[in-house]
Design a protein around this ligand. Structure first.
Ligand SMILES: Cc1cc2nc3c(=O)[nH]c(=O)nc-3n(C[C@H](O)[C@H](O)[C@H](O)COP(=O)(O)OP(=O)(O)OC[C@H]3O[C@@H](n4cnc5c(N)ncnc54)[C@H](O)[C@@H]3O)c2cc1C
Length: 389
């Protein structure tokens, strides 16, 4: 029996893996995606579910990331109207808020500039007379409320939709498909994986490691062993509490440490997140810790003092951040694309990144791999492919 051959094998069915699979087949390549558990079962179902530029990244001068994310947000709003919807964001400013109104105004002006000053990039100051309508937001010592627009999605459904789009163009999916090992040869890699039928072998010209927090565990199984980027895993927790937040997303400062926390409507209830806690255990065992749950509950009740909704659920995901001397909060959230060989790339590892920017990331992965692949004629343009439920 001949060994099945692909041009690209992708390990990991999170948003980055499915994005690369879609980009690969859109460019006319054959692609196989291996997902061990379920599509989106890793970080891509534990995010804050925002399709946004990331207003807070302006504080750490990540202007390129914000501009790209705002551009990608518009593409997603156009291509995936059933999955991505515009939502109002409110920033309340109290006498105790660390960022004064002028700073928020300056940040929102820059955000609007990076968003191309489109109709939706504008922001406004909410008139005092409307404050009482804001979901029970505490109005004592409130100095100003700003409103702007970003977007929300269902991260798991978005991941599944991108995979369906890739499959429509010919991508193959093995789920469960557990990557076991790969050995580099003259023309690419011999890949071993486990699916429902048992251990399988295929050949691929190139390999994309999109295993999120498991990325370095995957690299450990490739021989010869490729270079590895040392990363920190930082967990972010969310809680789901009973009761809806009708007007949109509230962007508040945690009273204890001033970190930005979102209070968001989520399927008829309220989602609150997130935290930043170092993590060095098994990525599959990440859970919201009791102190994180308490921190998020306190933040919520501080701003919405009459809210008494029951805790319905909690979950945590892992950010993958290249090691560095800066604090986690100020560390770059840019995706790092790490190749095996600077001259002839056949393996790319995706570290970090944003749900919002998955399509742009996938396009960059393809640009890096293209010189090692045969020329192909593109069959589709991912900026125009519709994504539906
Ligand atoms: C708390 C938190 C909040 C966030 N909020 C936002 C937000 O609001 N907006 C935004 O744009 N971004 C957000 N992000 C970032 C975004 O969620 C992540 O960048 C993105 O989901 C990472 O996707 P991924 O595909 O790289 O990894 P993952 O989603 O983790 O996917 C990796 C996949 O690899 C699979 N896998 C692992 N090992 C193997 C193997 N041996 N064989 C086969 N498969 C394997 C896993 O099962 C998993 O499904 C947030 C991140 C965190 C942590």
């Amino acid at each position: 029996m001949t060994t099945p051959a692909f041009e690209i094998v992708v390990i990991g069915g999170g948003i980055h893996g499915v994005g690369v699979a879609q980009a690969a087949v859109a460019e006319g390549y054959s692609a196989l995606l291996l997902e061990r558990q379920a599509l989106g079962s890793g970080t891509s179902s534990r995010s804050s579910k925002l399709i946004h530029g990331g207003l807070r990244y302006l504080e750490s001068a990540q202007f390129g990331l914000v501009r790209e994310s705002l551009h990608e947000r518009e593409i997603l709003l156009r291509n995936a109207p059933e999955l991505v919807r515009r939502v109002s964001f409110y920033i309340p400013v109290y006498s105790s808020t660390r960022r004064p109104p002028w700073m928020i105004r300056a940040g929102l002006s820059l955000y609007a500039l990076l968003g191309g000053f489109s109709r939706y990039a504008r922001f406004e100051s909410v008139p005092r007379t409307h404050w009482k309508n804001l979901d029970g937001l505490d109005t004592r010592r409130l100095r100003a409320v700003f409103r702007y627009e970003d977007a929300q999605t269902d991260d798991t459904l978005l991941t599944q939709a991108v995979m369906r789009s890739a499959q429509t163009l010919g991508a193959e999916l093995r789920c469960p498909g557990n990557f076991l090992s790969a050995t580099r040869d003259e023309t690419g890699f011999q890949v071993h994986y486990l699916d429902n039928r048992g251990e399988q072998i295929c050949h691929t010209k190139s390999l994309v490691n999109a295993a999120g927090p498991w990325a370095n565990a995957v690299l450990d199984r490739i021989s010869p062993r490729p270079p590895i980027l040392t990363v920190d895993l930082v967990q972010g927790a969310h809680i789901l509490v009973e009761g809806d937040t009708y007007h949109g997303v509230y962007y508040v400062e945690a009273p204890s440490d001033g970190r930005a926390v979102f209070v968001m409507p989520w399927k008829g209830n309220t989602l609150i997140g997130t935290t930043e806690t170092s993590y060095d255990g098994d990525p599959g065992a990440v859970r919201a810790r009791p102190e994180e749950i308490a921190y998020l509950q306190e933040t919520w009740q501080h701003y919405f003092p009459h809210s008494r909704g029951r805790l319905l659920d909690s979950f945590a995901g892992l950010r993958v951040l290249p090691q560095g001397s800066r604090s986690v909060f100020h560390r770059s959230r840019e995706t790092v694309l790490y190749p095996d060989d600077a001259d002839r790339m056949r393996l790319i590892t995706v570290y970090g990144g944003k749900l919002t920017g998955y399509r742009a990331t996938a396009a960059k992965v393809m640009s890096l791999l293209r010189p090692s692949l045969p020329a192909r004629t593109a069959v589709a343009d991912t900026t125009k492919l519709n994504l539906s439920l």
